[in-house]
Design a protein around this ligand. Structure first.
Ligand code: CMP
Length: 139
């Protein structure tokens, strides 16, 4: 079944000039880009996006990082897109990520880990809608 997942190219990767390389890898992995925006998150938007991590010790620092520069958000469509994009990203901690994954190649640290991807269909629906209205997505 075809799914849509949300990708964020985080401020570290945008700052380091990896946007094009990451989008190229997404396309090479046969994930179809059906929405694409570059934006500067406000503090409120970053706090809202990561609200599930509110009680975690790293939350405030994560919010600071996510507003430290522009991000590139995209909606990716394909069969099992959520799982396939998570595989392409690699483990959250780049030190534990497999060779060739986006985080192994482009991340700076556990926090500055280059990319975000939705982890389940329920979260992907909320996350895609956080940045795109249905008219913004191509079919
Ligand atoms: P992401 O997949 O976007 O989901 C939550 C983010 O919090 C994660 O990527 C990292 O950027 C960050 N994160 C997760 N665990 C830690 C941690 N232990 N310390 C610092 N940042 C973390």
């Amino acid at each position: 079944m075809s799914e849509i997942t949300l990708s964020i190219i985080k401020p570290d990767a945008v700052r380091n000039g990896y946007t094009g390389k990451i989008l190229a890898q997404i396309q090479a992995a046969d994930l179809k880009i059906v929405g694409l925006r570059m934006l500067q998150l406000s503090r409120k938007e970053a706090e809202g996006f990561y609200a599930v991590h509110k009680e975690r010790p790293f939350y405030q620092e994560l919010v600071e990082f996510m507003i430290s520069g522009p991000v590139v958000v995209s909606a990716l469509e394909g069969e099992k897109a959520i799982e396939r994009y998570r595989k392409l990203m690699g483990a959250t901690d780049p030190a534990k990520a497999d060779e060739g994954t986006l985080r192994k190649l482009f991340a700076e640290s556990l926090q500055n880990n280059a990319v975000h991807g939705s982890d389940a269909p329920e979260t992907s629906r909320v996350e895609v809608a956080y940045f795109f209205s249905s008219v913004d997505l191509v079919s």
